[in-house]
Design a protein around this ligand. Structure first.
Ligand code: SF4
Length: 397
């Protein structure tokens, strides 16, 4: 399975727990976006399995959102996966929001979701934008009026027990079609460590026991799961498991790729890029598909850390035993990454960033030589092409 995150326009918040490197950012030129969608479709035609793309971070921020959504929905070999989640800020910021929603509806996308992080003050604190809660709620009301199916994600944190009453009132008013309670994961991406002071522990989650059924949750199943996701439970599981190297070397079957607003195609999920395949606009579809087929899966574990950089399993167990034992993470993998971050283990992304900086320096040097006539255009093209391939910054043209 191939998943492609297509970064069309920056998002409106800077959530502390963001694991996809979100936040305000550049927007892709409309013609480039249409060309890249076409090219992805052509690449996917040469891929053996399923391929999904997701317009992301946040497509509704793009002035030509309607046109791009229709183009994404019209691809033949890559499926446009509409996750539907939005902060609502982009929706409420558009005077043509009815038209944008019509584009979604006509393409068969009829569900949308909002994420709630607590009461208004806590929500705004976690997403780091004043007034964000108000916009999110306004968007939810608007989406309901437009007869969209509404999903509410409750992104749990330590404020939830105190905010439970106001969250219940909101859900009673909105009457969403579904509610999902999520415990934030941890990956070694961006500034996720800033969320750690807001992370809920098991006692805080248990304090919400009576509210969970009112939020359409199976409370017992939720808490049973949470008990298995504490730091102490992860340390025990790690002690009994096959060892760190085995976990991080196990083959994975999902490949994540990201297209940036400058049209560069990267290996790795958004925020966790580890290699650049080149400018999607000019890449050869068949050759690109061939390269993608060779990529190892990169959803977890080895996506972030080179197994040769890992500490002994025992050292990680010790690091986990030094963390607050009752903190709860979204999955077992997250707890391991949290321990590795505590140990300062370098990530694949760190290594890639260093390589990219060096590449840019060398490119600038070549640019200077060319500008001063020290090398010919042919020499420049040859040297630049060799440099690009050698440093893993693109495919050979
Ligand atoms: S979690 Fe989503 S909404 Fe929040 S910063 Fe990241 S991409 Fe943006």
């Amino acid at each position: 399975m191939i998943n492609i995150d297509f970064l069309l326009a920056g998002c409106n918040t800077r959530c502390m727990h963001c694991y996809v490197g979100g936040g305000p950012g550049k927007q892709m030129d409309t013609e480039d976006a249409l060309r890249c969608l076409e090219k992805l479709d052509a690449v996917a035609a040469f891929l053996p399995g399923a391929a999904d793309l997701t317009l992301d971070h946040e497509p509704i921020n793009h002035p030509d959102a309607g046109r791009i959504i229709r183009a994404a929905a019209g691809t033949r070999h890559v499926r446009n996966y509409h996750h539907g989640m939005t902060t609502g800020i982009a929706v409420m910021g558009r005077s043509d929001r009815d038209d944008v929603l019509r584009a979604y509806r006509e393409c068969g996308y009829s569900h949308f979701g909002i994420t709630v992080h607590g009461n208004a003050a806590h929500h705004d604190e976690i997403v780091r934008r004043k007034g964000a809660y108000e916009k999110t709620v306004a968007a939810a009301r608007y989406l309901k009026e437009q007869c969209m199916a509404l999903e509410v994600s409750l992104m749990l944190n330590r404020f939830f027990p105190a905010d439970a009453e106001s969250i219940t009132e909101l859900l009673e008013e909105l009457q969403p079609d579904s509610v999902f309670c999520a415990i934030p994961v941890f990956t070694p991406v961006g500034s996720m460590e800033e969320f750690e002071s807001c992370r809920a522990n098991l006692q805080e989650l248990e304090a919400m026991k009576d509210y969970l059924p009112r939020w359409k949750q199976d409370g017992e199943a939720f808490l049973r799961n949470a008990r298995e996701l504490t730091v102490s439970a992860a340390a025990e599981k790690l002690k009994k498991g096959p060892g760190l190297r085995a976990l991080f070397e196990a083959p994975q079957d999902e490949v994540y790729l990201t297209v940036h607003p400058d049209c560069l195609l990267y290996v790795g999920n958004s925020g966790a890029e580890t290699r650049c395949l080149g400018d999607l606009r000019t890449l050869d579809p068949e050759k690109t598909a061939e390269e993608i087929r060779k990529l190892p899966g990169n959803r977890d574990y080895g996506a972030f850390y080179d197994p040769t950089d890992l500490p002994d399993t025992y050292d990680l167990v010790q690091a986990l035993e030094c963390l607050p034992q009752e903190l709860v993470y979204g999955d077992f993998e997250s707890t391991l990454y949290r321990g590795l971050a505590e140990l300062g283990v370098p990530t694949r992304m760190d290594a890639f960033r260093k390589k990219r900086d060096l590449y840019m320096q060398q490119k600038e040097l070549l640019d200077t030589f060319l500008a001063h006539g020290a090398i010919t255009r042919a020499q420049y093209d040859k040297s630049f092409g060799d440099l690009t391939v050698k440093m893993g910054m693109g495919l050979e043209n």
